[in-house]
Design a protein around this ligand. Structure first.
Ligand SMILES: [Zn+2]
Length: 160
């Protein structure tokens, strides 16, 4: 595209100097935004060329929700452990001052405190570990409470 730059006054007719400028059309061209302009006084036509500048990423739908992602990142280990248990079929059936007690039919129980995870079998507690989301998953795999041929439960369950 061959253009001659005849004026640097935005919104002003380069022929007669009038401000009665009509922006008829616009398109992206060569990395610029190019308006087609027309003067209402002298009927001249020209292109007003604007440089494009990156200013950020914006979304209008709900697929990306930075605020929710941030919330997930700031969950405590305890909250993450409890959420994992609930989403995998355990439910909180009792609680003491220190422990929330999670049960799942036919499975090992899990007691969750602020700083400890306790696995509880038919004969009582048999494994204590520091509260850690990944350690919980590892322990449940080790004791075959979640399986390598994993089948998820409903994802409509609420975090208790
Ligand atoms: Zn004009």
């Amino acid at each position: 595209m061959n253009r001659e730059n005849v004026s640097k006054d935005m919104g002003r007719c380069p022929n007669c100097g009038s401000l009665m400028v009509e922006y008829i059309d616009g398109e992206i061209s060569d990395g610029n935004y190019v308006y087609t302009c027309m003067c209402r006084e002298c009927a001249s036509e020209w292109n007003e060329v604007h440089k494009l500048a990156f200013i950020g990423n914006f979304v209008e739908n709900t697929q990306i929700q930075p605020s929710q992602q941030a919330t997930e990142e700031h969950m405590t280990e305890k909250e993450k452990c409890k959420k994992f248990l609930v989403f995998n079929g355990w439910s909180m059936e009792s609680a003491s001052d220190e422990y929330d007690n999670y049960f799942k039919n036919g499975c090992i129980g899990v007691d969750v405190s602020d700083n400890e995870l306790v696995l509880v079998g038919d004969y009582g507690d048999f494994l204590h570990m520091p509260i850690n989301y990944y350690a919980l998953i590892g322990a449940l795999l080790e004791f075959r409470q979640i399986s390598a041929n994993y089948v998820s439960v409903s994802n409509n369950m609420e975090l208790v």
